[in-house]
Design a protein around this ligand. Sequence first.
Ligand code: HPA
Length: 273
Amino acid sequence: MDYQNLLAMRDFIKGLWDKAPLLGIVLGSGLSYLQDYVTVETILEYRDIPGHPVCTNKNHRGRYLFGRIGGMPCVVMDGRLHYFEGYSPEECTLPERLLGLLGIKTLLLTNAVGGISFAPGEVMIVEDHIACFVPSPLRGKNEEELGPRFPDMSDVYDPVLAKKIEARAEKEAIPARRGVFLQFPGPQFETRAEIRMAKTLGADAVGMSTAIEALASRHMGIRNVALSLITNYACGMKEGKITDEEVIETAKKSEKTMRRIFEIAIEEIGNDR
Ligand code: HPA
């Protein structure tokens, strides 16, 4: 990644929206409805930012929403970039780099995932990840301005926020518990054998994004919170085939749960900013 290009993109954005955001939010597949919590001030399509990669996945719009949420200035990514689209991990995490350069302190990631220890409709509050099945976005020359060559990853997801969100969910009987996320490269859904392996390795849910984004964000010292909606049983956990339609349908059906856990996360981030 060329640091000068990143700075140029940041300045391009600042020319259109010149606030200092505290919070970045990434909306996963089928979860675009969460954007209605945001009082939007400016919208910018990825394709309108010179040098910015664009979304090729039909379930992702590919635009930034700039505005406020819960009293905090924020930037929302309505659509993310995936490794399976052909982008390098470095390119996939360019938006998180930009959000970091704009000054966010916390990144709230959401995604749709396959459940190993969880059932469809439940939410996993990510407490740790396994990212070693995808190359690291930190590979290659390190930009010291962004972060250290060998960053610590012991708290890649903020443990205090994750526990607080889990405790509040439990009190309200929202099906949300902490667990470990594993990122596969995709775009194919996994085989039964791959899911058995993931389970043996300690994964509670699997997906095709997010871990490398959290990793790049943590490299910059940003605090991460990740909410994974289980949209289907991972391959072999139940009979039946996995489809993209099922993923989007469950995301829609679970709107109430997802909205409430999102509201709780925003409140807790706001209480501890
Ligand atoms: N595997 C990988 N990614 C996913 C899945 C899955 O089962 N469901 C939603 N995204």
